[in-house]
Design a protein around this ligand. Sequence first.
Ligand code: ADQ
Length: 505
Amino acid sequence: MTDLDVHSDAGDPDRPLIVLSNREPYEHVRSASGTDVRSPAGGLVSALDPILRRISGTWVAWGSGSADRATADRDGRVMVPPADPRYTLRRVWLSEQDVKGYYLGFANSALWPLCHLFIPHLDIRRMHWERYRAVNGLFSDAVVEEAQRFDEPPMIWVQDYHFALAPAMIRTRVPGALIHQFWHIPFPPADVFRIMPLGVHDALLRGLLGNDLLEFQTAGYARNFLECVERALPEASVDYDAGTVELEERTVRVGAFPISIDVHEWERLAGLDRTIDVAKGLRERYAQDGRQLVVSVDRMDYTKGLPRRLRALETIWRTQPERRGTFTMLFVAPPSRSDLAPYAQLERDVLRRVAALNARYGTDDWTPVVLIHGNVDADLLAAVYRAADACIVSSLQDGMNLVAKEFIACQQDRSGVLVLSRFTGAADELEGALLVNPFFIDSFADAIVTALDMPPGERESRMQALRTQLRGATIDDWLHAIMVAAEEAVPRHVAGVALDATALR
Ligand code: ADQ
């Protein structure tokens, strides 16, 4: 079955689709040989790109590549994929000040830490907020222009926390549009969300209520959002059981739609001969003579609990000297958002801790922690996951965590154990992992030891259970569930016109 077959029932091929996201699906960059095209790795692009190809929709995103302007027309439009042009990518140009204020500033220094309960990292500045609002306006203008190119009212699918204001900005200007949004990160409890300055707090909620449907990773995050609305907007009527907000004669639906991965593709990658060879090579290098291989894969982000993971390992090697040399930790952690102080500081902290651990416990034939501080392509990641005896995900808060799912998909031998923070969306959804509380270092260390000592039979039965659950909830199932819910959320009273849901089908 191809991707296209899988998606054939997700969305109506006749109705235009406009996707809005911060990152673009194809980025043109200058290179020694001229211009290269890059596509970000990750589930979102691989899930949405086939649909846009099929129905010739439009993707609106920030034109971030060094050759993006040169390859687009004067309105910022370029047909993609470049090798087989099928749909429009509409690029929005941002100035350096925009990137600083909207992206690095409000999105990543205010919303990101707040939603992940990292209150000390919160840096709220008026200038950042104003820029965030202005840039949401810029992207909304582009969406409205693109919507006007279609004859039918489009479906507009907004992605993530970069665009909390856009839905309300777009709504009044595109009558009949069906607008919905997927929020990839946690949504905090009302008591935390109200740390945002009053005007900002209410504006964010009203912006999000511009959607017809709002999709969160878990039921808990959806409930948090509803509580925020109930407390902040007395004129709104919240129904927790139905998952709806009634406001200004409109109904906004709110629900849980846990994101997943392209399971088929990860299984295919993990099954390739060359992946098996690379996995074998990794084991020969790091896990010979009965030594085990433990892996972790995450962006260098303070929400991922990297220092705590290193502290748990240190606890094991310090308190149980007999375990030194019995396992190697392969720590894949590419740099992320290094322009921001908390990230630069984290990077220094992790490098220092790894060096200290290796200096203290390493021997001539054993390096306790092998750090890969860079991007790794999906083939190599599949080999890392396949080679592992255990994978540790130690996020302190994480909307879902796709690494956990990628590990499961690649564990075709069913011999690896997933050690998973209970503060991930994935822990809410999956049964079979060893759940840990990364804030409690001693029990975190105990869980790693339990994973290392787990007998083959239990490893297999847990992994089998995880694999069965994952196969029943792939990225295609996620997309399908969202498209069905979006159809049900078609606005019925827009600009005074009563619309029949079937009119948009
Ligand atoms: P992230 O915080 O980026 O995503 P995650 O869900 O784990 O976290 O996704 C990371 C992705 O990056 C994975 O697909 C992984 O393979 C890839 N990756 C990690 N390290 C890499 C490396 N060294 N080289 C190349 N690729 C690497 C946000 C939210 C999550 C949510 C996702 C999707 O924070 O909670 O699951 O969006 O909604």
